[in-house]
Design a protein around this ligand. Structure first.
Ligand SMILES: [Zn+2]
Ligand SMILES: [Zn+2]
Length: 238
C-alpha cells in the first residue's frame, strides 16, 4: 500500500479488517526473510551442478534410471550467489544443519592456492591432513550409504555404466606423487586393506578421491561440490 502511495496511485482509506491485517503481516514478514533464508526443496526437477562434472550422486543414466534409484525423495539446496542447485548429497551438507545461507564456492577463484591444506601438509605431513579415525569414519559412512557417492555406487554396481565409471576416475593426482603414495599407505593401514588388485583399485578409484574431498572440505571449508571441482581442475603443487 505504501508503494502505491509513493507511486501516486489512489489508495482507499478503508480501515483494514483483521484477516487483511493478518495477511499483510505475513506478507511483510515473508518478504523480509525471503532473501536471508536458505532454499531447500524436495524432488525438484532442477539440474544438479555436479552433473556437469559427472559426479552427481543421483545422475541419470544414458539408458534409463539413475544412481541410487531407491532414493525417491531428493533434497536440493540453492546457492545464494549463483542461484545454481545441488542435491544436498552433492553439496555435502545435511538439511538439518543448514542455517543461514548456502554458497557453493562459486565466488572463490578456481585456481586458488589451497593455502591451509599446503601449510598443514608442510608442518605435519600427510598425517596432519586427516586422522586414521577420520578415514575409518569416512569408509564406514560410504559403506553404510550415510555418505552417498557416485564412485561408491559404481563400485558396488559395476554393471551400471562403464562409461560413467571411467569418467569418475581421477584424471590427475591432487597431491604430489610422494604425498599420494604416503596417503595411500595411510589409508591402507587405517582400513587394513590387502594388496589384492581389487583393493588397489578401490584405493585409487574410491578412497583417495573421497579422502581428498574430505581433506579439502575440512581444511579449506569447501562444500563437496567445490572440492570435486578442485579435484578435477587443480592440484596442490603451485
Ligand atoms: Zn546432484
Ligand atoms: Zn554458487
Amino acid at each position: 500500500m505504501a508503494e502505491m502511495e509513493v507511486r501516486g496511485m489512489f489508495v482507499e482509506t478503508e480501515t483494514l479488517k483483521m484477516p487483511q491485517l493478518k495477511y499483510l503481516r505475513q506478507y511483510h514478514a515473508t518478504s523480509l526473510i525471503k532473501d536471508g533464508v536458505i532454499q531447500v526443496k524436495k524432488s525438484r526437477a532442477e539440474v544438479c551442478m555436479a552433473a556437469a562434472l559427472h559426479v552427481c550422486t543421483f545422475q541419470k543414466l544414458a539408458v534409463e534410471g539413475s544412481l541410487y534409484p531407491e532414493v525417491t525423495v531428493l533434497s536440493w539446496v540453492q546457492c545464494d550467489h549463483c542461484n545454481g542447485w545441488l542435491h544436498t548429497d552433492c553439496a555435502g551438507v545435511q538439511e538439518k544443519s543448514l542455517k543461514g545461507s548456502f554458497n557453493c564456492g562459486c565466488q572463490l577463484p578456481l585456481q586458488r592456492s589451497f593455502d591451509r591444506t599446503r601449510v598443514a601438509l608442510q608442518q605435519k605431513g600427510i598425517g596432519g591432513l586427516i586422522e586414521d579415525s577420520g578415514i575409518v569414519d569416512l569408509h564406514d559412512a560410504l559403506l553404510s550409504r550415510q555418505q552417498r557417492s557416485c564412485r561408491m555406487y559404481l563400485w558396488e554396481h559395476p554393471e551400471t555404466s562403464l562409461r560413467l565409471k571411467q569418467l569418475c576416475k581421477p584424471r590427475s593426482l591432487f597431491f604430489s606423487e610422494d604425498d599420494t603414495n604416503q596417503l595411500a599407505e595411510k589409508i591402507k593401514r587405517a582400513l587394513k586393506l590387502s594388496d589384492d588388485p581389487d583393493m588397489v583399485n578401490f584405493m585409487f578409484d574410491i578412497m583417495i578421491p573421497e579422502v581428498t574431498i574430505k581433506i579439502l572440505m575440512t581444511h579449506e571449508g569447501f562444500c563437496r561440490y567445490k572440492a570435486e571441482l578442485c579435484l578435477q581442475s587443480g592440484n596442490l603443487t603451485p
